[in-house]
Design a protein around this ligand. Structure first.
Ligand code: PSU
Ligand code: MN
Length: 303
C-alpha cells in the first residue's frame, strides 16, 4: 500500500523499525467497539506491556483527526478508550475518507494490517479475525479482513474467528485466496471463545521458531498474509452450553433488530458480554493477551 497521507510513527516505533528491532502491531477496534468502557483501557495497557515483556515494541494503530497513527501515546490510548470517544469503525476502504475528512476512528484487522505493513511492521496481534457471516449467500457479508490478508504481507496472530461466523466458509475463502492457516500447538482451527471449531487447520507449528520459519519461507515468494491461530488458554475457555445459548440468542437479536454490516460484530460481542455477566470479557482479554505474547515471540524469532 502506498500512502499520500504520511504515517505518524512514534519515535520509539520509528527507531525500532530503523534498527530492525521486533515490533508488534495492535488494533484499536477491539478497544473501542469490542470491549466495554471501564475495561478497554486496562486491556490496552496490558496488551502493550505483554508485548514489551516479550521483547518487542508495541504499536497500537488508529486514525486520529485524519492522522494515521502507528503507536498511540498514553493520552491517545485514553482518547480511543474514552466512553464519549465516538470513534468510527474503520475498515481499509474507510482510511481514505477518514484521512481526507480529518476524522477519527478505530481500525479493524483489515485497516490495521494494511497500515502496519505500510509502516514496515509485519506482525500483528488481535482477538478474532472477521470472516464470512452466516447467511452470506444472501447478504454478501464477508469481512474485508479476508481480502486484506490475501494481499498484504502481514502475520495475523488471532484465536480464529467467532462462532457467530460461518467458519467452514471462512476457511474456504482463506484457501481460495491462498492464505496459509497455521495452528499453534493445535490441529484444530480455534473458535475464539472455544478452543476448537471442529475444523482442521492446514498446518501445525509447535513453537515461535517454527512459526517464524514458515513465515520467512512464505515471504520468499508470496506477498500475502499468514494466519497464525492460537486457541484461547484452556482455563479461560467459555463453557460450551453458555456459549451456545448466547450464540443462539445473539443471532436471534440481530434478526429481530435488523442489524447489518459493520454493526453485526459489535452488537454480538455486547450481547455476549452482558448475557454472560462478564465471563466473555474475561475470555476475550485472556485470548488477546495470549495472542499478543505469542506475536512478540514470533516477531523476536523473525528479527
Ligand atoms: N472479532 C472480535 N472482536 C472484534 C472484532 C472481531 O472478536 O472487535 C473486530 C475486528 O476489528 C475485526 C472486525 O477486524 O471486528 C471485523 O468486522 P467486520 O465483520 O465488520 O469486518
Ligand atoms: Mn461484516
Amino acid at each position: 500500500m502506498t500512502t499520500q497521507t504520511p504515517l505518524s510513527l512514534t519515535d520509539e516505533v520509528a527507531s525500532a523499525l530503523r534498527d530492525g528491532h521486533p515490533v508488534v502491531a495492535l488494533e484499536s477496534t477491539i478497544l473501542s467497539h469490542g470491549l466495554p468502557h471501564g475495561r478497554n483501557l486496562d486491556v490496552a495497557l496490558r496488551l502493550e506491556q505483554v508485548v514489551r515483556d516479550g521483547g518487542a515494541v508495541p504499536a497500537t494503530i488508529a486514525v486520529l483527526d485524519g492522522r494515521l497513527v502507528i503507536g498511540l501515546s498514553r493520552a491517545e490510548l485514553e482518547r480511543v478508550c474514552a466512553p464519549d470517544a465516538g470513534l468510527e469503525k474503520l475498515s481499509l476502504r474507510d482510511l481514505g475518507p477518514a484521512a481526507g475528512l480529518r476524522r477519527s476512528g478505530a481500525t479493524t484487522v483489515a485497516a490495521t494490517s494494511a497500515l502496519a505493513a505500510a509502516a514496515g511492521i509485519g506482525v500483528f496481534a488481535t482477538g478474532g479475525l472477521g470472516g464470512v457471516h452466516l447467511g452470506a449467500a444472501q447478504s454478501w457479508d464477508v469481512s474485508a479482513d479476508l481480502g486484506v490478508l490475501a494481499k498484504v504481507p502481514t502475520v495475523v496472530v488471532c484465536s480464529g474467528v467467532k462462532s457467530v461466523l460461518d467458519i467452514a466458509a471462512t476457511l474456504q475463502v482463506l484457501e481460495t485466496r491462498s492464505v496459509p492457516v497455521l495452528g499453534y500447538r493445535t490441529d484444530d482451527f480455534p473458535a475464539f471463545y472455544r478452543r476448537s471449531s471442529g475444523h482442521p487447520v492446514g498446518w501445525r507449528v509447535e513453537d515461535p521458531e517454527q512459526a517464524a520459519a514458515v513465515i520467512s519461507a512464505h515471504r520468499g515468494f508470496a506477498d500475502s498474509g499468514v494466519l497464525l491461530t492460537n486457541p484461547i488458554p484452556p482455563e479461560s475457555e467459555m463453557d460450551s452450553a453458555l456459549h451456545d445459548r448466547l450464540l443462539r440468542e445473539g443471532l436471534a437479536k440481530l434478526d429481530r433488530d435488523g442489524v447489518h454490516g459493520a454493526e453485526v460484530t459489535p452488537v454480538l460481542l455486547e450481547h455476549f458480554h452482558t448475557g454472560s455477566g462478564g465471563v466473555s470479557i474475561d475470555a476475550n482479554e485472556a485470548l488477546v493477551l495470549s495472542n499478543s505474547a505469542l506475536a512478540a515471540e514470533v516477531a523476536v524469532a523473525l528479527s
